[in-house]
Design a protein around this ligand. Sequence first.
Ligand code: AMP
Length: 123
Amino acid sequence: MDGQPTLFSRIIAGEIPADIIYRDDDCIAFRDIQAQAPVHLLIVPVEPIPSIANIEPSHEQMLGHLFVVAARLGEEFGVARSGYRLIINHGDDAGQTVPHLHLHLIGGRPLGALVGVAPPAPH
Ligand code: AMP
């Protein structure tokens, strides 16, 4: 990290507006600005962990908490019964654009086998 706050840290700090739907001491959830489905939420730890590749054993409890919050939001947003997908992108090939770990919660329409699979590109 270069010491600059991430986009999501700036949302957490209230410096950038977002449609925040949940927050507690460890995480925040808000609507994705470019929703891919009727329900597209981002669940973001307050700690600016750049990506899943930077996870350490000390993060175990917090990561579990993100999933507890995801399950609760799935219920709250009415997609628990119809189904939803949780996605974590890591790195360029997965299309990660914000270097601050986050869970996408996507639902509210049939999602097919996978969301956002682009044609193979040469490396
Ligand atoms: P990823 O590509 O996995 O890094 O996901 C980053 C997500 O953040 C994308 O789906 C973007 O649409 C979303 N995003 C970027 N800027 C904002 C913002 N200001 N408010 C809400 N979502 C955002």
